[in-house]
Design a protein around this ligand. Structure first.
Ligand code: DGL
Length: 268
């Protein structure tokens, strides 16, 4: 395989990274994706950073062994815990990470209050502290670690009454405090964006960084002359857990619009 036709490796703790995969395929339809969802270890957000670093290193090694030309850490929690470590281990590999879009949130708010939805692991990280320091001096960030939300989304409960109730308990206090911009700081959360819009109404900004990440992937591949030139439809998806009832495959089909070739139970 020539370098241009090698896959983009992308990983998350579960289905969250599919929101980023979707944006990449929209931006770069000729690219081949190799996705890894670490469903045996989900959730990442409540685990120690050292554990997430170990998982991320193992997944990255697997993706590189498969010949990936670029890695997307499609998980804010893993990026916060492991991005520097991965770049240090593989200095010649382009590795794109995620971070809560605090800067766009600060630019979007008119009230000076920005709701940030992310995981506990992301909020505890140095990377988040640095974002606050650099971009949130003039605004107030209202943070919520959204306990239980990743699990609901992972279970496919994107719009039921219990998910709505959980989201209301997160969003309503932020609205009451004056938030008019919301940052989706976890790649699972774009899948409940319609529900957030329903709760918060039309006058608020919701920021999903996935399209910006997809543009960054395009920039890097363009600069290194590695953009794929012809459509390659055989995306491959691995998950570390089992997909006995076909749930991941169904979710991927709903979220991406096609049924992926899935290899489950792939422990790394
Ligand atoms: N999707 C991940 C993120 O962007 C975290 C989900 C989890 O807690 O596993 O932070």
């Amino acid at each position: 395989m020539s370098q241009t036709s090698q896959p983009i490796g992308i990983f998350d703790s579960g289905i969250g990274g599919l929101s980023v995969a979707y944006a990449i395929l929209h931006q770069l339809p000729a690219e081949l994706l190799l996705y890894f969802g670490d469903t045996a270890h989900i959730p990442y957000g409540t685990k120690p950073a050292s554990t997430i670093r170990r998982y991320s290193e193992n997944i990255c090694r697997f993706l590189l062994d498969q010949g990936c030309k670029l890695i997307v850490v499609a998980c804010n929690t893993a990026s916060a815990a492991a991005l520097n470590h991965l770049r240090h281990l593989w200095p010649d590999v382009p590795i794109v990470g995620m971070e809560p879009a605090v800067k766009p949130g600060a630019l979007a708010t008119r009230t000076g209050k920005v709701g940030v939805l992310a995981t506990a692991g992301t909020f505890k990280s140095q990377r988040y502290a640095s974002l606050m320091h650099r971009f949130a001096k003039e605004v107030e960030l209202l943070e919520n670690p959204c306990l239980g939300l990743v699990e609901r989304i992972e279970a496919g409960q994107l719009d039921g009454p219990e998910t709505e109730q959980l989201l209301r308990s997160i969003i309503n206090p932020m609205l009451a405090a004056g938030a008019d911009a919301f940052v989706l700081g976890c790649t699972h959360y774009p899948f409940v964006q319609p529900l957030i819009e329903k709760i918060a109404g039309p006058d608020i900004a919701i920021i999903n960084p996935a399209p910006a990440v997809a543009r960054q992937v395009e920039r890097l591949l363009h600069e290194s002359g590695q953009l794929s030139m012809e459509p390659l439809p055989h995306h491959r998806f691995f998950i570390s857990g089992k997909d006995e009832d076909g749930h991941f495959k169904r979710m991927a089909k709903t979220l991406l619009g096609f049924s992926p070739e899935l290899i489950s139970g792939h422990l790394i």
